[in-house]
Design a protein around this ligand. Structure first.
Ligand SMILES: Nc1nc2c(c(=O)[nH]1)N[C@@H](CNc1ccc(C(=O)N[C@@H](CCC(=O)N[C@@H](CCC(=O)N[C@@H](CCC(=O)O)C(=O)O)C(=O)O)C(=O)O)cc1)CN2
Ligand code: MET
Ligand SMILES: [Zn+2]
Length: 760
């Protein structure tokens, strides 16, 4: 029998982010719906072409989405919040976009966007489904059927991907009256059965049901839900139960009881115990082995996997070869990269190359090619081990010394003492007003940066323009009467990419875009070797901004855990060591800012929660080194230096003790899309330092109402002492326009001024 292969999903943004550009034009009225639809069709077609060219046995259909695949599932199931529904209840692409982006009041619709949060432990964000009591579902959005028809022209077997109803329920949130959302499962399953029937009519044999929650520790009710669901699915097309982002062996007994035809496991994130698999996987059940890493960009050690699979085949013949997870999380095509040195480029594989790797490995396993070809493929990886770009003995020594004595990372005095010293120095009013760092990244700035990059303008010209922009941002903040100002980050392409450009140990791509949310992408830098700071990073711009005002300007840095999580890390060093190397580089920057008279420094850690392992048993170790890495950045700084940190778009509840352990003087935190529920946890955990809960959502173009901000702040005061409450938006303003920014901030300031009077 020959071994088959497939991928779990392909990136949907287009080779050069065609979808992003078309969507954004469509939203601003510069592109017709027909044109947008055509861009989507072409992307899908190209993705299938790549799969066909690489001889994959199935075309994966259902991995495309117009904004986010969880939102597509909500549309498919007719689960759209009433506030976004049109009168005739017909779903359209505009409604999908409105759920994601919010709608300005019109006659048709009126409503705020749904919450957005991280997809498991990745930097991809999904739109959180909302569940209401007495909820109805119906098969309302037939995108999946249309895409099956489109894929037919390739004349290849099609494997359809759907998100499982159980994982879908897990990801959503109950709104309004509280109830157990699992009660909705039977109704949801009925809709899935209908969908399966329609899919079956199209002669599809395999359906990939994504059930990533199996990588979590599940309580009995969720286990039962899974058991119940697959029992109901029994009689339909063949089901490939698909798991990823972690081992599922702790749930293997449950899995063994499910009536499935195949199981996909991610064996990159954790190698499974073959004996356990042997014991629990039924002989007839296909095992799809996710061996090509869908989360990182390194060329795969195909020879290792070849031997691994050969071993595997001794006890199980029915296997498929695949990617560990969807390729959504890696850039598309390495061959577009012209600026990477070829001796470095050959260390990497992007989505297209990963399809090729799957094909090569399958051919070798099927004895169609010799395994020496695999040895040839991994030669560059062997060369890398000796490369001088990888090893820096000064960095290694520094980390070694530091890890010997980590108790030194505590601040000199406790927050209560620091707060007094800082208040004396800054003399800030009650409820100090600030922002999170970035101001609008206008098209003009991006064009400027592009021109600078392409040497159309000189560094001098670029700097002059960026300075003008900082001057403008400072003067607007003064006019608004904010208390702690920022320079606005105009010189940064991205909060992670920018910093890594000043650090040794990183390389960058030109087109290595990965979807972060909706039309927004990021270009994660690649960590190839030991890290150190080669030159000052932010000093020049921060000092310039501070020279323009008497108010304090916050220095603005990205923290080590976030730089690590939002990069593609090397795989030959443990994450905690990489994080500490980055922390030392940031420490150098913090000290230089402090020496330059910058007394407030923000170290952003929005990815701290994201890095949390899925299994509870691994939390403690991660949280220990992550908090250590953060605190390392502020080693030996003065009590009078006020450290801020910022986090957003995640569930913080389960990491509260670690947030306390960071011991930042002020934490600004996203709360507005989640109804400020979070603050109750800060109260419960007796959070000792100051907090700035985000008072409005910056990811939608809506202007927050002054009354709403006032209400939110009044609520916040029930949970946080007025001596510890700061006021700010819930994240940086780089995605907004200046008009939106100024109108919103104005409302924020008015609300605070009214409240201050009341408190006094
Ligand atoms: N790495 C990272 N992860 C994160 C966040 C983050 O800020 N960074 N924030 C959260 C997610 N939020 C995000 C918010 C905004 C964007 C965003 O705006 N991304 C930009 C790209 C940002 C960028 O790197 N821009 C570069 C490159 C600009 C560019 O693409 N230029 C074009 C041409 C110019 C144009 O027409 O825009 C080109 O080079 O071809 C720059 O400013 O220099 C986008 O998709 O549009 C991404 C994520 C969580 N994860
Ligand atoms: C994703 S968190 C963003 C923090 C950054 N300082 C900004 O304001 O953009
Ligand atoms: Zn943020």
């Amino acid at each position: 029998m020959s071994i088959k292969n497939h991928i779990l999903g392909f990136p949907r943004i287009g080779l050069k982010r065609e979808l992003k550009f078309a969507q954004e034009k469509y939203w601003s009225g510069q592109c017709s719906l027909e044109k947008l639809l055509k861009v989507g069709r072409n992307i899908r077609k190209n993705n299938w072409k790549i799969q066909k060219e690489n001889n994959l046995n199935f075309l994966t259909v259902g991995d495309f989405s117009w904004y986010d695949h969880v939102l597509t599932t909500s549309m498919m199931l007719g689960n759209i919040p009433k506030r976004h529904m049109s009168f005739n209840k017909k779903l359209t692409l505009d409604i999908l976009f409105n759920v994601a982006r919010g709608t300005k009041s019109t006659n048709e619709t009126n409503g705020h966007a749904s919450e957005m949060t991280k997809w498991f432990n990745t930097n991809y964000h999904y739109i959180v489904p909302e569940f209401y009591k007495d909820q109805n579902f119906s098969f309302s959005w037939k995108q999946i059927l249309e895409e099956i028809d489109e894929a037919r022209e390739f004349n290849l077997p099609i494997k359809v991907v759907l998100l499982s109803p159980v994982t879908y329920l897990w990801l959503g949130k109950v709104k309004g009256h509280r109830f157990n959302k699992l009660k909705l499962l039977p109704d949801l399953i009925k809709i899935y059965q209908k969908i399966f029937k329609e899919i079956q009519k199209k002669n599809i044999t395999w359906i990939q049901i994504d059930e990533p929650i199996l990588a979590f520790d599940l309580d009995e009710s969720w286990k039962e839900a899974i058991y119940y669901t697959y029992k109901k699915f029994e009689s339909f097309s063949k089901i490939l139960l698909t798991t990823y982002f972690g081992s599922v062996l702790h749930n293997i007994k449950l899995i063994s009881k499910l009536n499935i035809d195949g199981l996909h496991i991610d064996i990159v994130s954790e190698e499974p115990d073959l004996m356990i698999l042997k014991k629990y996987i039924k002989p007839k059940c296909i095992l799809s082995l996710g061996v090509i890493n869908g989360r990182n960009i390194w060329r795969s050690d195909l020879f290792f996997w070849f031997n691994y699979i050969k071993k595997f085949l001794k006890f199980k013949k029915e296997i498929w070869i695949s990617s560990s997870c969807s390729l959504l999380h890696v850039p598309i095509d390495l061959s577009l990269e012209n600026n990477l040195k070829s001796s470095i480029k050959e260390w990497f594989s992007f989505a297209v190359q990963k399809c090729f790797e799957i094909s090569l490995l399958t051919q070798a396993v099927n004895n169609k090619i010799s395994s020496t070809q695999l040895i040839e493929w991994i030669k560059p990886l062997k060369k890398r081990k000796l490369s001088t770009l990888v090893h820096n003995s000064t960095t290694q020594l520094r980390i070694k010394k530091i890890t010997q004595n980590l108790s030194i990372t505590k601040r000199l005095n406790s927050y209560s003492i620091r707060q007094k010293i800082q208040q004396k120095l800054f003399n800030l009013p009650l409820l100090p007003l600030t922002t999170i760092g970035s101001f609008p990244q206008t098209e003009k700035i991006r064009k400027l940066r592009l021109d600078f990059k392409n040497q159309i303008i000189t560094q001098n010209e670029y700097y002059t323009e960026i300075k003008k922009y900082i001057k403008y941002a400072i003067s607007e903040q003064e006019k608004l009467d904010l208390d702690v100002l920022v320079h606005g980050e105009p010189e940064r392409n991205d909060m992670v990419e920018y910093f890594s450009e000043y650090l040794e140990g990183f390389v960058f791509t030109e087109y290595g875009w990965v979807q972060s949310y909706g039309s927004r992408c990021v270009k994660p830098p690649i960590i190839i070797g030991d890290i150190s700071r080669i030159t000052p990073i932010t000093i020049f711009w921060t000092k310039y901004a501070q020279s323009l005002t008497r108010k304090p300007v916050k220095g603005m840095l990205t923290g080590p855990v976030t730089i690590l999580c939002w990069s593609f890390p090397r795989e030959d060093l443990p994450y905690d060591i990489i994080a500490k190397q980055i922390a030392c580089a940031i420490m150098d920057e913090v000290r230089e800012l402090e020496n330059s008279g910058i007394n407030i420094i923000q170290i952003d850690e929005p990815a701290l929660r994201e890095g949390l392992p899925l299994r509870k048993s691994k939390h403690k170790q991660y949280l220990e080194w992550a908090t250590e890495a953060f605190r390392l950045c502020t080693l030996n700084i003065k009590d009078s230096t006020q450290i801020h940190t910022h986090m957003c778009y995640c569930e913080f509840q389960d990491i509260m003790p670690s947030i306390v352990a960071l011991d930042a003087d002020v934490i600004t935190i996203e709360t507005s899309r989640s109804d400020i529920e979070l603050l109750k946890f800060f109260k419960k955990f007796k959070y000792p330092n100051s907090i700035g809960p985000g008072v409005y959502d910056i990811h939608t173009p809506e202007i927050p109402k002054m009354q709403n901000i006032y209400k939110l702040l009044s609520q916040s005061l029930k949970n946080i002492s007025h001596t510890k409450l700061w006021v700010n938006p819930d994240c940086g303003l780089k995605t907004r326009t200046w008009t939106e920014t100024l109108l919103s901030l104005k409302n924020m300031v008015i609300a605070v001024k009214m409240l201050r009077k009341k408190i006094k």
